[in-house]
Write a protein that binds this ligand. Structure first.
Ligand code: DQA
Length: 140
């Protein structure tokens, strides 16, 4: 799982938009689900575009699926798009908030047309849903 910029601030960052749970709460919750589903999950968060590109490249041939909330880079980053396409690892795009009900610049994503699925607006539950779908895909 890849979380992009400012998602390390979950819990304190605009709680009316992103809720009160922290990134560690989220990671712990996903670890539990992963154990239940018998899959392994690695958590990565960075505020740096290049570090996210490096991480995606580094799991090539290792990860069966990527769950990504690229944060603001969703709307700007051709480099992250290219890394996902370059590694050819299937991915789910997640957004905690309903980006379509927010500012217009959040309506466009560089990732959506290449994602297996896009989950927006369901808070942290969206990550759990994506993980359950990904596990089904991986275990097929
Ligand atoms: C976000 C939505 C983005 O527009 C924003 O820049 C984020 C979080 C979300 O999860 O709702 O950082 O990806």
């Amino acid at each position: 799982m890849v979380n992009g910029p400012n998602l390390n601030l979950l819990g304190t960052r605009e709680p009316q938009v992103y809720g009160h749970e922290t990134l560690s709460d989220l990671n712990a919750r996903l670890d539990e689900v992963a154990t239940e589903l018998n899959v392994s999950i690695e958590h990565f968060q960075s505020n740096h575009e290049g570090a996210i590109v490096d991480k995606i490249q580094s799991v090539m041939g290792k990860a069966s699926c990527i769950l990504i909330n690229a944060g603001a880079y969703t709307h700007t980053s051709v480099a992250i798009r290219d890394a996902l396409l370059g590694t050819a690892i299937p991915f789910f795009e997640i957004h905690i908030s309903n980006v379509h009900a927010r500012e217009e610049f959040r309506h466009h994503s560089y990732l959506s047309d290449k994602a297996i699925g896009v989950i927006v607006g369901f808070g942290l539950d969206g990550y759990e849903f994506a993980l359950r779908k990904a596990a089904r895909l991986v275990n097929k």
